[in-house]
Ligand binder design. Structure first.
Ligand SMILES: [Zn+2]
Length: 705
């Protein structure tokens, strides 16, 4: 493998010189790959180019001016040569890493499944049995609905409102998204204790708008959903007419809940979605929910207060529980149980589920079974599986290097805060305090979750899924009344992602993301700071984005800003919001600058501080300023090329439409270009002139951190 790699890299390096020359002179060229390569080979003899690691210059489209559209320039050739596979709704460098990662994970799972002598009750036994039962589609088909029958019987036996309330609690424990959400998390205003939260929920479609809007796309999705509902009810044994009637019932109830739901932008306001009240008060406001009984059944009966996310929604839900016919609610519950485990049921069920997913995402084929079941295993037994994964795929050296980068980027953020000309000293002191208090987690948890109370066997996959969900629910509610578990992780170790958690004021980087293209121990600093470094900067900046800035060093919602500074911040953030709202990935489809605000600010701030950290790193390494070029690119150019590399993405139009409606992250081309259009560091790196498309006019240029 090593030899093959170095051969490929050598060829790439030889070809890159011409591209590098082209990029700095910015002359668009139409020469094809063959002739470019020939020229490059000739030139290389005269002035050898040092080949680099971590970037592949062959992905660049030299016919595009980097100052015109950096996304297209940096990845245009890759985008052309990497169409979206039939089973995917988008295809990006993330998918490449995820594919490699999943190959490692698959091997672990296959070995675990083949091992039938693992001690009963061990993590290895549970992981092996879960995956083996998931892959045994013959047994799943043969079992039919039998393993689900006790739950279906429970619903059929509901006779009155009291029975409905008890069943709604049961549905919570089975994590079937029925009517509302109930769970335990840190109190957002008293982060040293846990609180019980009640929130809106109960929808099947990915957003309330799909139920309510009259545009063609929303109608198409509703029609497909009706077909999905009808076919699933038929599979449950209903005749044609009953199935159609039941489909209408679910659609009607969910539409009622959708109307009462807040939209995603309104959900971003932490104060408006924090309404603490006594259990007695909640019981009065939502009389048909039997809140005391619900809490009792969920295992948090000792709670005196609840934090209600959306009181208006719960009022409407409470009213509907009584005003809608009981038989209709039973139909709704039946639907939510079955659809929540569609992938664990016989093939006919998951075929229907996929047919519907296709309309949402545009995927042409279903993902292979092993991939779906691998992800299900990661979801159900994340930290048991994760232990096996990190043994194979993560080293202490990687952790050490990541920690060094985090420290450097945190230091850069600190300097940026000090130098801000728009923020007062008082707010700066608070910001610095918050930054100093950041907790950093890298790789995997110090203390793993204990799965000993979870029963997993090879008997029934659906049963395993339901057992895992109940275990997970109990794990969540058992935290109530206990000291805060500060070691807990919200992502599993193999996950290719990262997060900021405001309640614990922490930034977390699972082992999965510490790999190329994000991080490569063999690559130069520029590539690692433009990839992993920008990700670290992104998560740090989340602590100071439009939402993150509302919580303090202790993780409490508290306003630590002077009024004037808050206004200045908001003005600057609004400028970024307006920039993104003007981005349009498809005809008449626009990014929602308000929904994506936090992520856009995190990208922008993250790149700025990672860039500064890189400059400091280069000064340290090359004090005389003699910084080497790789592949013909300066470190500054490689930094931005690395950023573009992690976001190179082909996406289906269906996926893009759903993304702008439901995802707080902007489409990849705007994540790439959006921040750079505000960054003089970028203009300078590529010699962009004032009138270039990637250069915003002085008075249109945002500057925050
Ligand atoms: Zn983010």
């Amino acid at each position: 493998m090593k030899n093959l790699n170095s051969l490929t890299l050598a060829a790439v390096a030889a070809a890159s010189f011409a591209w590098a020359g082209c990029s700095s002179s910015k002359t668009p060229t139409t020469s094809d790959t063959a002739s470019t390569t020939t020229t490059a080979t000739t030139t290389t003899t005269a002035a050898p180019v040092v080949k680099g690691v971590g970037l592949d210059p062959a992905n660049i489209d030299t016919s595009v001016d980097p100052c015109d559209n950096f996304f297209q320039y940096a990845s245009g050739t890759w985008l052309k040569n990497n169409p979206i596979p039939a089973a995917e709704s988008r295809w990006s460098s993330w998918n490449g890493l995820i594919n490699q990662n999943e190959a490692v994970m698959r091997q672990i799972l296959q070995d675990a499944a083949a091992n039938t002598s693992a001690p009963k009750g061990s993590n290895l036994q549970k992981v092996g049995d879960f995956y083996a039962s998931a892959m045994d589609s013959a047994a799943i088909d043969a079992a039919g609905l039998k393993p689900l029958q006790p739950e279906l019987n429970r619903i059929a036996a509901i006779k009155d409102l009291k029975g409905l309330q008890a069943s709604l609690a049961r549905q919570q424990m089975l994590r079937t998204r029925s009517v509302f959400g109930a769970g335990v998390a840190q109190d957002r205003k008293i982060s040293t204790q846990y609180a019980v939260y009640l929130s809106q929920g109960g929808l099947t479609l990915p957003d309330r708008d799909y139920y309510l809007k009259e545009d063609g796309r929303s109608k198409t999705i509703r029609t497909a959903y009706m077909t999905y509902l009808t076919n699933m009810f038929k599979l449950l044994g209903d005749n044609e007419a009953t199935a159609a009637k039941n489909a209408n019932t679910v659609m009607r109830l969910e539409t009622r809940l959708a109307k009462a739901s807040k939209d995603r932008v309104a959900m971003r306001d932490p104060y408006a979605n924090y309404n603490k009240m006594t259990v007695a008060e909640a019981n009065k406001q939502f009389p048909n929910m039997n809140v005391p009984g619900l809490l009792q059944q969920l295992g948090v009966g000792s709670a005196k207060e609840v934090i209600v996310g959306q009181p208006e929604f719960l009022k409407e839900a409470s009213t509907a529980l009584k005003s809608e016919p009981l038989a209709d609610w039973k139909t709704y519950l039946r639907w939510h149980v079955v659809s929540s485990v569609a992938d664990a049921l016989p093939k006919s069920f998951n075929d229907e589920s996929f047919r519907f997913t296709q309309v949402l995402t545009g995927a042409k084929e279903q993902q292979p079974r092993w991939k779906r079941m691998l992800r299900a295993t990661d979801g159900a037994l994340g930290e048991a599986f994760g232990q096996l994964y990190v043994d194979k795929a993560f080293t202490p050296e990687t952790k050490e290097k990541a920690m060094e980068m985090v420290n450097n980027i945190r230091e850069a953020m600190s300097e940026h805060i000090k130098q801000l000309d728009w923020m007062s000293a008082a707010t700066k002191t608070e910001a610095q305090k918050k930054l100093d208090a950041f907790v950093v987690k890298i790789g995997y948890p110090d203390k793993w979750k204990d799965y000993s109370a979870l029963d997993i066997s090879r008997d029934s996959y659906v049963q395993n899924v339901l057992n895992a969900r109940q275990w997970d629910y109990k794990y969540n509610v058992s935290k109530f009344g206990k000291p805060i578990d500060r070691g807990e992780w919200g992502m599993t170790p193999p996950t290719v992602n990262a997060y900021y958690n405001s309640s614990l004021n922490e930034i977390v980087f699972p082992a999965g993301i510490m790999q190329p293209p994000f991080f490569d121990p063999k690559a130069d600093d520029a590539v690692n700071y433009g990839g992993m470094g920008a990700v670290i900067g992104h998560e740090i900046t989340h602590g100071f984005d439009d939402r993150g800035r509302q919580s303090d060093a202790e993780g409490n919602l508290r306003d630590w800003w002077t009024k004037e500074d808050a206004e200045k911040f908001t003005q600057r953030a609004d400028m970024v919001g307006a920039q993104y709202s003007a981005f349009s990935p498809l005809d008449s489809v626009f990014v929602n600058g308000k929904l994506t605000m936090g992520e856009n600010l995190a990208d922008f701030g993250g790149l700025n501080i990672a860039f500064t950290a890189l400059q400091k790193q280069l000064k340290k390494k090359y004090p005389n300023g003699d910084v080497p070029k790789y592949d013909g690119f300066t470190p500054e150019q490689r930094f931005f090329l690395s950023w573009a590399q992690i976001w190179r993405t082909n996406a289906r139009p269906e996926y893009l439409r759903q993304q702008v409606l439901t995802d707080s992250h902007s489409p990849a081309q705007y994540r790439t270009n959006g921040p750079l259009m505000n960054m003089p560091q970028f203009y300078e790196a590529f010699g962009c002139k004032e009138d270039a498309k990637m250069v915003r006019a002085q008075n249109q240029r945002a500057r925050i951190w």
